[in-house]
Ligand binder design. Structure first.
Ligand code: FES
Length: 153
């Protein structure tokens, strides 16, 4: 037969275990809630500003370098627009080796990096030199017959 003292000890033991379990559940709940509310941002994710490209800067065929000035940010950017087989591609000029700006060589029809001789074909694929990755393509959208290129800010 259980004495009152033994019953009291068992009740305290049970309440202590219950309290620990509830505390554990609350900790997990707050952690999950914190992750949902204060979701860590992806450092690779960056926002784009879509810039309307003037019609005369869009090549009929081939490559054009376009200077973009975004007045309200006081920033300017360079991009390459490539029109090939009726499709338009926008490239960042930054070499994927160490970031120097490439130029387009009309004779070889390649993008050439002045720093270490990296070369890319007209579709941005690395074809020679140290770069392994292709030139970064920029998003393009067409709205109301206007071309917009996404610039990372
Ligand atoms: S930075 Fe372009 S090849 Fe090295």
């Amino acid at each position: 037969m259980l004495t009152d003292r033994k019953v009291g000890e068992e009740r305290r033991f049970f309440l202590k275990k219950l309290f620990n379990f509830l505390f554990f559940l609350a900790s997990i709940s707050f952690t999950l809630l914190g992750l949902i509310v204060f979701k860590p941002s992806n450092p690779k994710r960056r926002d784009y500003i879509f810039y309307s490209v003037p019609e005369d800067r869009i090549p009929n065929e081939g490559v054009k370098k376009v200077d973009i000035k975004i007045e309200n940010l006081s920033k300017s950017f360079k991009i390459f627009l490539v029109k090939k087989d009726n499709s338009l591609i926008a490239f960042s000029p930054a070499c994927t080796h160490l970031g120097c700006f490439v130029n387009f060589d009309i004779n070889s029809m390649e993008f050439v990096c002045p720093c270490h001789g990296g070369r890319y074909d007209i579709e941005g694929k690395a074809v020679a030199g140290p770069p392994k990755d292709p030139l970064n393509r920029l998003p393009i959208k067409i709205e109301n017959k206007k071309v917009y290129v996404g610039i990372k800010i």
